[in-house]
Design a protein around this ligand. Structure first.
Ligand SMILES: C[S@@+](CC[C@H](N)C(=O)[O-])C[C@H]1O[C@@H](n2cnc3c(N)ncnc32)[C@H](O)[C@@H]1O
Length: 287
């Protein structure tokens, strides 16, 4: 995350961007709970009768995947791996509060600098994290050694990042969200060169046999729940922070009106917000 180039670290505690990221990931898990349930169901179908006792959540963040996997695989413990101590602290607190403390182990590992060793897993899950790795092929090599016989690797990457606004929001700025996301896409490509890579080819070249790949479409129609509106607010706030002066002043003004909590155009007053996103998922075995 530190490589996003969107952070404004304060040198101590959590930065504003880190807090926003943490809240956004939690909201993503909450708003898209049904989607996560569909993905874990799909994985469980592939595992069949293969027992799932040990799971690794690679680049676990706040634990969106960890908690979905704990509820899908009732006999499993999850080792949550992340380079960010703050994320792991948040995840561990949440596990403790929900009574899952005994089923979650947090391991702070920067996979760019350290190898993943001393662990084995019946299932490895990596959601929106592989493109963060500076050398995904090297991490995949470690993963092959980590999977138990018959174990599977499930990987998810964004095909399109969440959109919330209709194209014409009636404030004289059609296409505002597309322009914001185009700026974010460019920054992501700059900081994470593998983000748009051919992951099927990478998996195959790393010795994995892809069992299935598919796109999950998320389409939550208007009007949104309050929590989904909060997800929209936090996501758009992050995009605004990241865009800085690459976003035209007129667009900043419009976005400011949408994000002004007390203003007449505040997001929460809108009944035309929806959640649209597409995620690509792979299930692979160590070939
Ligand atoms: C976009 S978040 C995804 C979080 C979570 N998997 C989800 O789907 O909500 C990416 C996560 O990968 C972690 N990460 C990035 N680079 C990493 C590295 N080199 N080693 C370990 N974790 C890393 C980040 O700290 C962050 O928590």
């Amino acid at each position: 995350m530190g490589s996003h180039g969107q952070e404004h670290g304060h040198g101590h505690g959590h930065s504003v961007s880190e807090d926003l990221m943490t809240e956004m990931l939690d909201l993503d898990g909450e708003v898209l709970a049904d989607h996560l349930g569909n993905v874990t169901e799909w994985i469980a179908g592939h595992l069949g009768d293969h027992p799932v006792r040990t799971i690794i959540d690679l680049g676990a963040g706040t634990g969106t995947g960890t908690f979905a996997l704990l509820s899908r695989f009732g006999d499993a413990t999850v080792t949550a791996v992340d380079a960010s101590a703050g994320m792991l602290e948040h995840l561990t607190d949440r596990a403790r509060r929900s009574g899952d403390g005994g089923r979650v182990v947090a391991r702070e590992i920067d996979l760019d600098a350290q190898r993943l060793g001393g662990v084995s897993a019946d299932l490895v899950w990596a959601s929106a994290s592989m493109h963060h790795m500076s050398d995904p092929a090297r991490v995949l090599e470690d993963l092959r050694g980590v999977l138990t016989p018959g174990g599977l690797f499930a990987m998810i990457e964004f095909e399109t990042f969440p959109r919330f606004l209709p194209d014409d929001i009636g404030l004289g700025a059609p296409g505002l969200e597309d322009r914001l996301n185009a700026i974010a896409d460019r920054a992501r490509e700059e900081h994470h060169p593998t983000v748009n890579s051919d992951w099927t080819a990478t998996l195959t070249a790393s010795g994995f046999a892809v069992r299935e790949e598919r796109t999950f479409r998320i389409d939550q129609a208007a009007p949104l729940s309050e929590v989904a509106k909060r997800y929209a607010r936090v996501t758009l706030t992050r995009l605004r922070e990241g865009a800085g002066d690459r976003l035209a002043p007129a667009d900043h003004t419009t976005l400011g009106a949408l994000l002004d909590e007390d203003g007449p155009h505040r997001l929460e007053n809108r009944t035309d917000l929806s959640v649209r996103s597409e995620r690509r998922a792979w299930i692979a075995a160590a070939g």
